[in-house]
Structures are given as structure tokens and as C-alpha cells.
Design a protein around this ligand. Sequence first.
Ligand code: ZN
Ligand code: FE
Length: 257
Amino acid sequence: MLEVHQFPCLSDNYGYLLHDPDSGETVCIDTPDAQAYLREAAHKEWQITQIWNTHWHPDHSGGNEAIKAATGCTVTASAVDAPRTPAVDRTVGQGDKVSIGAFDFTVIDVGGHTNGHIALHCAAADMAFVGDALFALGCGRMFEGTPDQFWASLCRLKALPPSTMLYCAHEYTASNARFALHADPDNAKLRDYAAHIDRNRAADMPTVPTTLSRELATNPFLRADDPDMQARWADRGAIVGDPVATFAALRSAKDTF
Ligand code: ZN
Ligand code: FE
């Protein structure tokens, strides 16, 4: 089975090293901090063979050049974001496959935070790396895309098996929970989840990864197609029956919350 080694990077990113013991391959999921990745890989005695970037932002691709220089690994990135991503060898898009040993990951277009943002989903390992597209109880800021595009991206993630383990790129959950409770105050599962998050953060424990099933029940941005959410936000830009308008209303409210 695949092993995921998770470690904090920069101020609030998570670094992920994905390792396949059978082939000996190791993939860096994004590269917020080259030295941290090289140190963690050395500590595990894993040889880095690939980098997979979720999007071009420097806190996700800034370590590409140094890790590639130190290890000779290959770099795979979204074709749309590749012109702004350092040291790319291979470009991919929706439906393409990337692999580590015998495990295939399918590329999912999750544009919206950046236009070329991708997620990587492995059905066999029941996991997805979602970068800054989806967070526990939140989603990325819409820097480049449109509400239409971002909602379509979230729908592609919503369609994955509910058991999917979601590896997000930042520890933003506590602040996301405050907005989620404001957006959806009567959601009992959300209140339970928020209490669990507060306990974890008080003990300095990560709240990532999360699962899709939990996010489907509690993440306001995944619930923009829920009639109750649409009705609650109807006086703040949402439209009943219109998930895109509801998503747009939630996203812009979060920007200034
Ligand atoms: Zn980003
Ligand atoms: Fe980021």
C-alpha cells in the first residue's frame, strides 16, 4: 500500500511525500520548501523520483528546481499552469494518468483558485491530493477562475467515492470552521466537526487529511446545491435553484469574513 508522509511547511502548508514500498518510488506532492522535503525524504531513507504540482503558486512549486537539482527527479504539472511553474518535464490535464509504481492517479481539472489547478485521485488507494482547490470546511480563494468554473471543479470532486481521503495543502480548518458555522449555523454535523477541530488544534494536531463524506455533510462550498443553503443565502446573492450563484455568494462572503 502507498504511504503518505505529512509534515508542516512554511507557515501553514502541509508537505506530502508519497511512497510506494514495492517500486521504491517517492513523489513530492507540491514543493513548498525544498530543504524540508529533502530532509524528510532523507530521514525516511526514501529516494525522491517525481514531483507532482497541483498549481503554479510559489508555496506549491517554489522548491521544484532545488529538489530536481538534488535528486534528478521529474516534474509533472498542469499544462495550463506550466508556463508559470518551474522546471516542468511533463504537462497533464483532465483525465490524464500519472503513476507511482503500480498505482495510477487520475488528473482532475479543479480550476478556479488558479485556472490550471489540478487534483490527483487514486481509486485503488482511495485518496486524492487536492492542493488549494478544496480545504477541510473551505475552498481556495478564487484568484483566476470564475464561479461557474470553480463550481464545476467542486462537482468533479463531489463525484468521487465518499470514502476518499482528501489531502489538502493548508491547515486553514479552524478559520474555515468559523465561516462555515456562520454560513450554515443549523448544521448539527458541522457543529460536532467544529468542536472536534477546536480540540485538535488546541492539542496542536493536524485536521488534515479529511474525508469527502465528512466534507459533503459540512463544507458550505460543497453544499451550494443544497436548497436550504440557497434559501438561507438568498438575501445575500444566492438564488434558489442556482448552485453557481450560491457558490459565488459564499465565496465572496468568505473573502471579507
Ligand atoms: Zn495556491
Ligand atoms: Fe497554497
